[in-house]
Design a protein around this ligand. Structure first.
Ligand SMILES: *Cc1c(COP(=O)(O)O)cnc(C)c1O
Length: 423
């Protein structure tokens, strides 16, 4: 290799100095030819914490032993199961425990939140989002606009980067909000765009959106467990996320929502269900809905315990590691990947263009790279050598070295495999 930092010795010395290195052993790492694969798709499906099997077994045993009485007699009583996540989630997203709840799925939660927070009226109908949001979000926003009787083609405004640029400039986002002004009902951005890995300036967007009278929400699918978030202090109106990406809680695992306490117990319109009813008299089964005075008011159904149990095992690791330490390592690990990619780009004659912002404050741990002059074959060759990354047509590879379980050695090994494949 051309540079002493792009070496196995250097990578190993970084791992030895990493206070979080021990967490890797607490995950199942997929294998390739008898060795650990280079798993860089924690942004798509996080790996399984080894504690998951035990916690799932506990719920199976409690179900076997207690039947319905498990709602009260299980080790973690099912009747209040969703409550065991609030403290951990509040630390991850920067909220009060009463402002978050683990519930449902991401897209369905997005709809439930828009029922309360997208209330078009008069001139104020438009939703502003970043260009190329995750398709499910586009479908959700468009169908909400249509549901209210408006035309999504006119009222869903997708802000694209400037000609020749891959990511949005914060000043352009703020200017667009200003321009839409009193036509803007809702600003709904990703915290981190899934495709480019760009992290948006959430406090600035929130402030600007609310200043023109709009509501501001974020889809944190790629931000929760990845970035340092402070939703309460930023005064964000609402947010939602899934738990199976950076939060490692298993395929299709339970999602979560944030609703700022300013909006609790205000009689906002909502699609209600019995689990959102005041828990003190939920079992009186009264006809009139009396919402919980917390984010729990948005819950519909009783807790899906088998989807939630892995979430508990996964969040234990976040509680132990702490977001502060995670984002610190994340910046270093992603910086190292950036370094290795730049080194290869300079020495192999294949241009590897990182389209994720270079500024660490504008990204989490994902890097999206355009492989100029190379296509799918190169990606397939990487996969055949044990690199698990993500391919987007026509020539973008997305990689996320995750601080909880990826190592500096993973990054080094990725570099050597990429070099071999390019040559
Ligand atoms: C992953 C992801 C989704 C997936 O939605 P589900 O309802 O969990 O299937 C939606 N939106 C964004 C922004 C995502 O990154």
């Amino acid at each position: 290799m051309s540079d002493p930092k792009n070496s196995l010795d250097h990578a190993r010395s970084l791992d030895a100095a990493d206070p979080l290195h021990g967490f890797r052993e607490r995950f199942h790492i997929p294998q390739h030819d008898g060795k650990d694969a280079v798993y860089f798709t924690g942004n798509s499906l996080g790996l399984q914490p080894k504690g998951v099997a035990t916690i799932l077994q506990q719920e199976m045993d409690d179900w076997a032993h207690y039947g319905v009485e498990g709602h009260f007699r299980a080790k973690n009583p099912w009747v209040s199961y969703h409550e065991i996540f609030s403290k951990s989630l509040s630390r991850i997203v920067g909220a009060k425990p009463s402002e978050v709840v683990a519930m449902g799925g991401l897209t369905s939660n997005l709809h439930l939140l828009m029922v309360s927070f997208y209330r078009p009226h008069g001139k104020r109908v438009k939703i502003l989002c970043e260009a190329r949001p995750f398709p499910s979000d586009t479908y959700a926003m468009s169908s909400q606009i249509a549901f209210h009787g408006y035309d999504p083609a006119e009222h869903l405004v997708e802000l694209a980067p400037r000609e020749g640029e891959h990511t949005l400039r914060n000043e352009d986002i703020l200017a667009k909000i200003e321009e839409l002004g009193d036509e803007l009902a809702l600003v709904l951005f990703g915290g981190v765009n899934f495709y480019t890995g760009q992290a948006f300036d959430m406090p600035a967007i929130t402030f600007a959106g609310q200043a023109v009278g709009a509501v501001v929400g974020f889809d944190l699918a790629h931000a929760a467990g990845n970035l340092r978030l402070d939703l309460h202090a930023w005064n964000v109106d609402f947010a939602c996320w899934c738990s199976y990406k950076y939060m490692n809680s298993g395929p299709g695992g339970v999602a979560g929502i944030f609703v700022h306490e300013r909006h609790h117990a205000k009689g906002l319109p909502m699609f209600a269900g019995w689990w959102g009813h005041d828990k003190e008299d939920r079992f009186k089964m009264e006809r009139t809905f009396k919402p919980m005075p917390t984010a729990e008011a948005w819950q519909l159904s009783n807790a899906p315990v088998f989807a939630m149990a892995p979430h508990r095992a996964a969040l234990d690791l976040f509680d132990e590691a702490g977001m502060e330490a995670l984002v610190k390592k994340s910046a270093q690990l992603t910086g190292y990947l950036e370094y290795v990619i730049d080194d290869l780009s300079a020495t192999t004659g294949t241009r590897l263009e990182i389209i994720t912002p270079r500024d660490p404050a504008q990204r989490g741990c994902q890097l999206s790279v355009v492989l100029h002059g190379k296509g799918r074959q190169l990606f397939d060759a990487l996969s055949a050598r044990g690199v698990v990354a993500d391919w987007r047509e026509p020539n973008v590879i997305r990689m996320a070295p995750v601080p909880l379980y990826n190592s500096f050695e993973d990054v080094y090994r990725f570099g050597t495999i990429l070099k071999e494949v390019i040559q």
